[in-house]
Design a protein around this ligand. Sequence first.
Ligand SMILES: Nc1ncnc2c1ncn2[C@@H]1O[C@H](COP(=O)(O)OP(=O)(O)OP(=O)(O)O)[C@@H](O)[C@H]1O
Ligand SMILES: [Mg+2]
Length: 505
Amino acid sequence: MPPAVELRGVDKWFGDVHANRDVSLTIEGGTIHGLVGENGAGKSTLMGILSGYHQPDRGEVLVGGRPVTIRSAQEALALGIGMVHQHFMLVEPFTVLENVVLGAERGFRLDAGLKRARAELQRLARDYHLEVDPDARVESLGVGERQRVEILKALHRGADVLILDEPTAVLTPQEADHLFRILGSLRDEGKTVVLVTHKLREIAEATGTVTVMRQGHVVATLPTAETTAERLAELMVGRLVSLRVDKSPSRPGEPVLEVSALVVADALGVPRVNGVSFTVRRGEIVGVAGVAGNGQSELLEALSGIRPVTSGRVRWKGRELTGADRSPRALRRLGLAHVPEDRQRTGLIMPFAAQDSAILGYHAEPAYNGALRLRRGAVAASFRRQANEYDIRPRNGARRTSAFSGGNQQKIVLARELNRHPDLLLVGQPTRGVDIGAIELIHLRLVALRDAGKAILLVSVELDEILALSDRILVMHAGHIVGNVPREEATEHTIGRLMAGVLES
Ligand SMILES: Nc1ncnc2c1ncn2[C@@H]1O[C@H](COP(=O)(O)OP(=O)(O)OP(=O)(O)O)[C@@H](O)[C@H]1O
Ligand SMILES: [Mg+2]
């Protein structure tokens, strides 16, 4: 049997960036093949070559032993290669069903196609427990649900080789376990899965073979059973990495944020946050745990001023905030910073130069403004400082934001918000899509901010991350806070039960 997919001596440049360097890689059919590497190592680029989004500048691609040229996603699909992207490629105003069918219409009559697709979607959703409402508009879905639509879309097209680029970045550990069972059964049916991930636990649990990339090169391909997380981390970054967070017990001071009976409704008037009350004090990290879609996102958006509050009170350092205080700009002036969950939609402006994205929301500050215009030199210098401090690659801030890899985009947002030493940091999914070296750095920064007496409200669907960082854990379920647990009393099991809506009596 020829390998399902093979790359031979592939090079890819983006301008002067050499994203893939002489890459040779063999992916055997009927396996789950892991792909790991630092942010910017070239993983997505390589997968983009296989799925028709990029053309290699040199080298060969073989599918089923046959040399091929893959010029588009359609051509990739015709060869049986389907990709679930790291950043969603859905049409927001369309429904789930329409998105699944889009580009895969068979026959002339759309309604007949839609009917077939609906039945197929229901079967896939049932078999794989990837439940989403086929008639829901994508724009109304949370990130977790959007991801499920992407997976359904690829499965619907009958991909034989399914490439998943960080598919679990937005899933809870339970949802991820579930996905891996699905991937396991796809493999057992003879399909091939390529899994790009930053989570080494997933590599250990799900893959048979793992390839490590570093700075465009493939540095190793190993049987998973013959390696360890520590060894992979070292191959990825070229140094030993600490996979644990060291921090002292918190010493909370006075309240910075007091929220009472907060209700936040969505565009349809459905309450997503339904009467929550809690306090965040100086010097503590309060974690908000929950399965994606239980109101955490809306809570964060409302507190940061980008989503209207329906009712309830919010006090800032003891003073009640009025409607006028709640604009994002007014809140920022008070000393609140926000790292949104979805960096591409609300954190950055993709066509802007990275150095301009790096001052979004702060562009009116005197440091960046001369008498008449933006001080370009100061903006560029500020980016260089942040890039050095947070190891943002490449260092060149004149490049477009969209040309930075996912993890590096995340670092741009984090550096921007953390560098203001805010009194309260609202932070959503701070390490989504970020490599382990950078996770270590981001966790250290958050703990340092706390130790400097600042307050942090952390929303994360990564239970590991909540447990590693939080001093106190709020658990959200169906818009309510169903648990407020001091860190020392929390275990994966107790928090997991609360997240699932199992209430302690
Ligand atoms: N469309 C593009 N235009 C210009 N440069 C790009 C483009 N896409 C990627 N690059 C650059 O190519 C390099 C590899 O990026 P790639 O997205 O493949 O990394 P990655 O390994 O997937 O990283 P991450 O883990 O952060 O997703 C990076 O330096 C990136 O900035
Ligand atoms: Mg990537």
